[in-house]
Design a protein around this ligand. Structure first.
Ligand code: UD1
Ligand code: CA
Length: 481
């Protein structure tokens, strides 16, 4: 069936329930699967239907839910269900503000993260093709315990019976009610008006609208989907992890089919928002998050976590943690590098082992290879920063910038005290503490001059092994002359 856009009158997302099994101070709907909240998946799927009204029914911990909604879907309308008196009551609350509504009303849950917009579109398409007044999304599952069962007669949906109200025979049925439906608005309103609490739980059951529709001779149908994950809700953190694994597996499958090598899909995590090119290789224990993008031929990992990092063609990033950074084509990063926001490494540049960078523009072919802190820095093309160099960017009050011009060379174990400018084509001697600018072509030496005191060991460390070694060495020298 086509997965084209289906404009509907309203989608009502039920999100008022307690979520007590999460055992969390945070609303269940804000818990995340692959970097996004449960609720954001529900809103994304609902939005695919381009509803005139997208209503989220909130209740438990609703301050949190409302605040989150304002961030992720400011266009969503909210309806409050003060007390949770059942799914039928929740939809009554959702519809309360939409008295004039005509057309199709879709009901979904806020805690079913793998449900896609395409599935909802297919559900609506089925509803239209069959000219139904009510179409329910169903799935056949191995263990239907706890779900409402779809009771069919002559192949048609006759009724939905809750686990607690079901006979032993009905409990054998493995086709379950997902809780996701399309209703004709008039039938829904009529059915909701007649709900009673005459059931095992004393709740207002949305499922009873089906009985109302049937009694009026309206058409009721089901849309059965094979992908049972799409109908599963999250109730506890075990299910949360299972969903995350499944969604991640699906994302990685998609990338592998698009030409990405994933050495170990079980230890590789790629959020849906990430973009990967053909011939990217992901090594084990790699997490790619946010707006991260990786260009063709790049290799990432092992043991790497990147958030909002742009990686150029053919770059190599090994054992690295990075965020809000740009890595140029052909550049190498790692092992054990920490790239903080504002790091921009040029083409064929290098950030090496035990190097931390922050707000650092490192030019094409420039290298910071070993054991350095490089913060608030602008490095020209081809610069070489010696091992152990520290960019001292903070005087305890303000942060200042250091510039190192093109092709300049900073000797090992230097400290560059910002603000300071080292021009193009300059040298800094190893072990320097640079506080003054260095001009083109100059060598800066900023350290104590070396002084050697002959005979010091013999006079101050007489009788030690060092003294003996010195004597032997000097004797040897003497005899060799
Ligand atoms: C409901 C269905 C059941 C179906 C199952 C699928 C009814 C009577 N039963 O079961 O047939 O198999 O979903 O998961 O509809 N909610 C509210 N307010 C309420 C009650 C629920 O917002 O007063 C929300 C919950 O937050 C949750 C969803 O509705 O997201 C489903 O509620 P839950 O209690 O899990 O479903 P059941 O009623 O057990
Ligand atoms: Ca040092």
């Amino acid at each position: 069936m086509s997965a084209s856009v289906q404009q509907v009158a309203a989608v009502i997302v039920l999100a008022a329930g307690g979520g007590t099994r999460m055992r969390s101070k945070r609303s269940k709907l804000l818990h995340e699967v692959c970097g996004r909240s449960l609720l954001s998946y529900a809103v994304t799927a609902a939005s695919a239907l381009e509803p005139a009204h997208l209503v989220v029914v909130v209740g438990h911990q609703r301050e949190q839910v409302v605040a989150h909604l304002a961030e992720i879907a400011p266009y969503a309308e909210q309806a409050v269900q003060e007390e949770q008196k059942g799914t039928g009551h929740a939809v009554q609350c959702g519809l309360a503000g939409l008295t004039e509504l005509v057309g199709e009303v879709v009901v979904t849950y806020g805690d079913v993260p793998l449900l896609t917009g395409d599935t909802l579109s297919d559900l609506v398409a089925e509803h239209r093709v069959s000219a139904n007044a009510l179409t329910v999304l169903t799935a056949v599952v191995d263990d239907p315990t706890g779900y409402g069962r779809i009771v069919r007669e002559g192949g048609d949906v006759a009724r939905i019976v809750e686990q607690r109200d079901a006979t032993d025979e009905e409990r054998q049925i493995r086709e379950i009610n997902s809780g996701i439906y399309v209703f004709d608005a008039d039938v829904l309103r009529g059915g909701l008006a007649e709900l009673t609490t005459d059931n095992e739980q004393g709740e207002l059951y949305l499922t009873d609208v089906l009985r109302y529709a049937k009694a009026r001779g309206a058409r009721v149908g089901a849309h059965l989907i094979a992908d049972t994950w799409q109908t599963e809700g999250v109730n506890d953190r075990v299910q949360l992890a299972a969903m995350s694994n499944e969604l991640n597996r699906r994302i990685l499958d998609r990338w592998m089919r698009a030409g990405v090598t994933v050495i170990d899909p079980t230890s590789t995590w790629v959020e849906d928002s990430v973009d990967l090119a053909e011939d990217v290789t992901l090594l084990p224990n790699t997490m790619l998050k946010g707006a991260t993008s990786v260009a063709s031929g790049a290799t990432i990992g092992p043991d790497t976590m990147l958030t909002d990092v742009e990686i150029g063609e053919g770059a190599t990033v090994t054992r690295c943690q990075g965020s809000l950074s740009v890595i140029g084509a052909g550049a190498t990063v790692g092992p054990y590098s920490y790239l903080r926001p504002g790091t921009e490494l040029g083409i064929n540049g290098k950030i090496g082992g035990f190097v931390e960078t922050k707000n650092a523009k490192i030019g094409d072919g420039a290298k910071v290879p070993h054991l350095s802190y490089c913060g608030d820095a602008i490095l020209g093309e081809g610069v070489n920063i010696g091992a152990g160099t520290i960019f001292a960017n903070y005087d305890g009050v303000t942060k200042s910038t250091t510039r190192v011009g093109a092709q300049s060379f900073v000797g090992s174990n230097s400290v560059l005290v910002a603000p300071v400018i080292i021009a193009d084509g300059a040298y800094v001697a190893a072990g320097s503490a640079v506080t003054d600018d260095v001009d083109p072509g100059e060598l800066a030496i900023a350290r104590g001059r070396q002084r050697n005191i002959p005979g010091w060991v013999a006079s101050r460390r007489a009788g030690t092994k060092t003294d003996a070694a010195a004597a032997a060495a000097l004797g040897h020298q003497t005899s060799a002359e």
